[in-house]
Design a protein around this ligand. Structure first.
Ligand code: WTA
Length: 531
């Protein structure tokens, strides 16, 4: 992504245009980023980091994050990223499961791991990137480094992501993914040498790594990074100031901009914009129509997942968009709608969105959880001798249908995973955080449809006998999850109930909570214990 440009005319071009929260700015050329990442690679090597070790980043979107990420890849280690809204429990779960050896963080964020060191015996170094010691040490590192050789199937980065049950799982990607990352950035984002590109995703999520570090830089494109929070005026200001040409963002952000009306858009000169794309949650037709009205451009939907490693369903810039559809499979992929045993279903039939396994950026493993990895596939994968046509299917966990023109239409998740503001939240993690609170006996958590955020986290809570079900307690419980688990995963709505619907084996039936919440029929309750 970086060293390939050194010694070419691209080396002096700006790789990173950075703007901080308080208006501070910085910029780095490709050559500077190459040297800086070499210093990080040398620093890590001096700590004894070697191929295959896990090195994690728990940082805000500061330039260090980008240089360190590349430095880690150069050593052959596996880079892991952690969203800066994570609190202690979320951090410990991920650092413990991955046996991370090194963690990069800031003074401010380090407080969240400080109390948990005893639980992390493998974590040998916590590097505080804004400490004088570190700044001194990194400045002394040589700025040349011979990259450790990796094979296509060697691990490159990993990200924890949430499912319905259990703790978050470590989705592991390989260096070979770069082929798919490159091709999609070139042909779907349509990135070209003169673009100023802005991906608004944080590298704590897959989009922020794949389309917010690796692929734009592979293509030698100048990228904008904004370290601050979402704010409509600031965002329009950035689009104007940096003359952003290609913008990749998410439906919740688009809806939040839309809710502020057209006037703020008109107050800025955004004529440089030439292509808009979206990812992470269903892109509603109003958002597309609004984009056409105010920017003169349609947001182009892309569908993919942490596990798929790159875009799978796309709307090319030169293609007729069917508003509300997530598009067509990227060329080279074989997609289908299949039933639970992997039989393809006819057009216009709801089923599992599935892909033939083996595309370059497909996850190669779930960290130390072979069973979970295998559970994503039906039939032959990952049989070592499976050829592409008999390899069975990768089952995405989403339900969709296909029309007669080959366009795919998203219906919803097949499981209980929550998508709030485009971020993936596992109900189990939130339930576990809630029951840690002394007033709570048990909790069931669902995604409740929300016009702005797609879904919000809603918790049904059974209190300990004798506890008063007050509004103050609801606020306290929300705050508790925010402080212990993560700033984005807390329940915005809490309801106290006497009893949770459960199966006879004791599993919380979130489907029933959701149906009740939405006033829908409860469906099959044959496995339900008396409720
Ligand atoms: C959802 C994000 C509708 C979907 C890159 C998927 C979408 C999950 C879209 C993956 C879209 C992503 N339309 N839903 N265009 N894109 N999703 O792992 O449910 O954070 O399974 O990856 O987001 O979320 P993840």
């Amino acid at each position: 992504a970086i060293d390939r440009h050194v010694g070419t005319p691209v080396e002096s071009k700006t790789a990173l245009l950075w703007e901080g929260d308080n208006g501070a700015t910085a910029s780095y050329s490709f050559c500077e980023m190459a040297r800086l990442s070499n210093q990080y690679a040398n620093f890590l090597t001096s700590l004894g980091v070697a191929k295959g070790d896990r090195v994690f980043l728990f940082l805000p979107r500061i330039p260090v994050l980008y240089a360190a990420f590349l430095g880690i890849l150069k050593t052959g280690a596996i880079a892991g990223s952690l969203f800066s809204a994570f609190q202690q429990q979320a951090l410990v779960d991920r650092l413990e499961n991955s046996s991370a050896k090194v963690l990069f963080t800031t003074k401010e964020l380090s407080a969240r791991v400080a109390g948990a060191k005893a639980k992390l015996p493998n974590l040998q170094h916590i590097i505080i990137v804004d400490s004088p010691e570190f700044l001194g040490a990194i400045a002394k590192q040589p700025d040349t480094f011979a990259c450790v050789h990796t094979k296509p199937e060697d691990y490159s980065f990993m990200l924890y992501t949430s499912g319905t049950t259990g703790k978050p799982k470590g989705v592991v990607h390989v260096h070979n993914g770069i082929l798919h990352e490159y091709a999609t950035a070139k042909y779907v984002l349509d990135l070209r040498p003169d673009d100023i590109y802005w991906c608004t995703a944080d590298p704590g999520w897959v989009t922020g790594i794949v389309y917010g570090i690796l692929s734009p830089w592979m293509l030698g494109v100048t990228m904008l990074v904004h370290a601050g929070r979402f704010d409509p005026d600031v965002w329009y200001g950035l689009l104007e100031k940096y003359k952003v040409t290609v913008w990749y963002t998410a439906p919740t952000a688009i809806r939040m901009l839309m809710s502020k009306g057209d006037a703020p858009v008109k107050a800025h000169n955004l004529t440089a914009l030439r292509h808009l794309c979206s990812v992470g949650e269903p892109l509603n037709p109003e958002a597309i129509r609004w984009g056409v009205k105010v920017f003169g451009l349609a947001f182009h939907d892309t569908w993919w997942q942490t596990e798929t490693g790159a875009m799978m369903m796309v709307n090319f810039r030169g293609m007729d968009i069917k508003i509300g559809s997530m598009g067509v499979p990227f060329p080279g992929l074989e997609a289908a709608i299949v039933d639970d045993t992997g039989n393809p279903l006819p057009n216009k039939t709801e089923g599992n969105l599935a892909f033939r396994p083996g595309w370059p950026s497909m996850m190669a493993a779930i960290w130390q959880n072979e069973e979970k990895y295998t559970s994503y596939f039906v039939n032959n994968w990952p049989a070592s001798n499976a050829s592409r046509s008999d390899a069975g299917w990768y089952i995405s966990g989403d339900h969709a249908w296909k029309d007669d023109d080959g366009y795919y239409w998203f219906i919803g998740r097949a499981d209980d995973v929550i998508k709030t503001s485009g971020e993936r939240v596992g109900p189990f993690e939130v339930e576990s955080a809630l029951v840690e609170h002394p007033a709570v006996t048990e909790a069931g958590v669902i995604g409740k449809p929300d016009e702005l955020r797609g879904e919000i986290v809603k918790a049904f809570v059974v209190l300990k006998p004798g506890t008063k079900p007050t509004e103050e307690l609801k606020a306290e419980l929300s705050e508790y999850v925010k402080k212990h688990l993560a700033g984005h995963a807390y329940p915005r709505e809490i309801e106290f109930i006497d009893k949770l619907p459960k199966t006879r084996s004791g599993k919380i039936m979130r489907r029933i909570l959701k149906a009740k919440e939405m006033g829908l029929p409860i469906g099959d309750t044959s496995t339900l214990e008396e409720y």
